[in-house]
Design a protein around this ligand. Structure first.
Ligand code: ADP
Ligand code: MG
Length: 402
C-alpha cells in the first residue's frame, strides 16, 4: 500500500501542512528543529494510538499542551490518503482516513472527535464512509467485500457500534472484522511501521541465540537476523555479501557464528588476514553499510520504513547506491521516508522525491522540490539537486502557506 497524501493540523511544529503526490521514496530536508523527526512521529503517534489509545500516545509525548501546536486551540488532525496495490491490473480506490482529536470540554482528557475512513466507488462515485465514529460511538459498513465486487447494485449494510472508551481508535476496536480490507491494510501499516534509530554500538553487540526475522529499530539483533537470513534466504544473503564486498575495500565475507555459550557473534573476514574481526572491531561504516544492506534486503519489507540521516559514517560515494536501494525496497512493497543533511545523497534523487521543511514564525511548511518551478526547471536542465540545495535554491515555502 502507498500513502499518497498527508494533512497535519495542530501537531507540534505543524500548524497546517499538506504533502501530496508522495512517491515511494520521499526524502525530507530541513534545518535542525524544522520538524523532520516530528513528521515521522505522525506515524509513531498513530501507531501508539492503535496499539494503546490516544491518551497513552499523547502522554508519551508530554501531554496535550506539548502535542498541540503552540498558541493554537484547534483540534489535532491527521488526514492520510492511501491506496492498495493494483489488483488484477485494476487500480484500487484512494482511501481516506481522518482523525481529529481534542479534549473533553473543560478538561485535559483527550477524546476522538472524529474518525472516518472513506472511499469512493469507481472514479466518480460518491464516497462512502466505511467507518464513521465520534467520541466512541458510530457506525461501520459491514459488507465492504460486496462493495468491491458488486459495483452496480450495492446496498450498504451499516452496523452501529459503541467502543469501550472514547479514546480508542475504531480501527482498533473493529479489528475483529477481517473482511474490512481497507481498514486492515491501514492497521497493518501502522502495526508494522518501522523507524530506524540505528546505533552502531547496539549493532556491534553480541546477540543471544534466537530467531529474528527482521532487524530491530536499534539494530541490536543484527547478528541474530544475519543468521536467520543466511539460513533461510541464502541467495539473498549472497547478494548482500557481493554488494558489501564491492563497497567496503578488503571485506571478504560476513558470518554469524554461534558460540559455545549460546550467543551469536558476527565475524567480518578481511581478505588480507586469516582470522576474522568480530563486529566490535570492524569500522563503524562497515557495520552501518552491512546493517543497511541487511535491512533493505529484508525479504518481507515493512509497509512504511522511516530512516533518519542514513549518511552518517558512510563514504559520500556510497550514498548514490544507497538511494537506489531505498527505491528498490519501496518497489518491493514498502514505502520509504528518509531525512538527510547530505547533498551527496540528495544528488542521487529526482525532484519528485525531495521535500524541504522550512520554519517560519514558529511553524513549519513542507514543499516538494518538483513543485517549485525554478528548481524543477533547473533539475530538468541537468542541475544536480544537492548542488541546488547548497546554492540556496530550496527556500520557497509551500504554495498553500503563501
Ligand atoms: N507544540 C509545539 N508547537 C510548536 N512547535 C513545537 C511544539 N513542540 C515542539 N515544537 C518544535 O518542533 C521542533 C522539533 O523539531 P524536530 O522534528 O525535532 O526537528 P528536526 O528533526 O527537523 O531537527 C522544535 O523546533 C520544537 O521547538
Ligand atoms: Mg530530527
Amino acid at each position: 500500500m502507498k500513502i499518497e497524501k498527508v494533512v497535519i493540523r495542530n501537531f507540534k511544529v505543524f500548524r497546517e501542512v499538506e504533502i501530496k503526490d508522495l512517491s515511494s521514496l520521499c526524502v525530507f530536508l530541513g534545518a535542525n528543529g524544522s520538524g523532520k523527526t516530528t513528521l515521522f512521529d505522525v506515524f509513531g503517534f498513530l501507531s501508539d494510538s492503535l496499539r494503546e489509545n490516544i491518551k497513552t500516545a499523547i502522554s508519551k509525548r508530554g501531554g496535550i499542551n506539548e502535542v498541540r501546536s503552540r498558541n493554537s486551540k484547534g483540534p489535532i488532525e491527521f488526514i492520510i490518503k492511501f491506496r492498495n496495490p493494483d489488483m488484477n491490473g485494476e487500480k484500487q480506490p484512494l482511501v481516506t482516513y481522518e482523525l481529529s482529536i481534542d479534549v473533553k470540554e473543560g478538561t485535559t482528557i483527550p477524546v476522538i472527535k472524529k474518525e472516518i475512513l472513506k472511499y469512493r466507488r469507481g472514479q466518480t462515485g460518491k464516497p462512502f464512509n466505511f467507518l464513521d465514529f465520534k467520541e466512541g460511538e458510530g457506525s461501520a459498513i459491514t459488507n465492504e467485500e460486496e462493495f468491491e465486487f458488486e459495483k452496480q447494485n450495492f446496498q450498504v449494510k451499516r452496523e452501529t457500534q459503541k467502543l469501550d472508551s472514547p479514546d480508542i481508535l475504531a480501527i482498533k476496536g473493529l479489528g475483529q472484522f477481517k473482511k474490512f480490507k481497507a481498514i486492515n491494510s491501514f492497521r497493518r501499516l501502522l502495526e508494522n511501521w518501522y523507524v530506524s534509530s540505528f546505533q552502531i554500538q547496539s549493532a556491534q553487540a553480541i546477540s543471544d541465540t534466537g530467531i529474528s526475522e527482521h532487524l530491530s529499530t536499534t539494530g541490536n539483533n543484527l547478528a541474530q537476523y544475519t543468521k536467520f537470513i543466511f539460513e533461510n534466504y541464502p541467495e539473498e544473503f549472497k547478494k548482500i555479501l557481493d554488494k558489501l564486498r564491492q563497497r567496503i575495500p578488503g571485506i571478504h565475507s560476513v558470518k554469524a557464528e554461534e558460540t559455545s555459550d549460546g550467543r551469536i557473534v558476527l565475524q567480518f573476514k578481511d581478505g588480507s588476514f586469516k582470522d576474522p574481526f568480530i563486529s566490535r572491531y570492524v569500522s563503524d561504516g562497515t557495520i552501518k553499510m552491512f546493517a543497511y544492506l541487511m535491512l533493505l534486503n529484508d525479504p518481507k519489507p515493512h509497509p512504511l520504513l522511516c530512516v533518519e540521516e542514513p549518511e552518517n559514517y558512510l563514504h559520500p560515494e556510497l550514498l548514490f547506491e544507497l538511494a537506489e536501494e531505498f527505491r528498490d525496497y519501496a518497489k518491493r512493497g514498502g514505502q520509504v521516508f528518509v531525512s538527510t543533511h547530505s547533498p551527496d545523497f540528495v544528488n542521487a534523487l529526482n525532484a519528485e522525491e525531495i521535500f524541504w521543511l522550512k520554519k517560519l514564525d514558529g511553524y513549519s511548511s513542507i514543499t516538494r522540490a518538483s513543485d517549485d518551478r525554478m528548481v524543477k526547471a533547473l533539475v530538468d536542465a541537468g542541475d544536480k539537486p544537492g548542488a541546488l540545495w547548497l546554492q540556496g535554491y530550496f527556500t520557497g515555502s509551500s504554495p498553500k502557506s503563501k
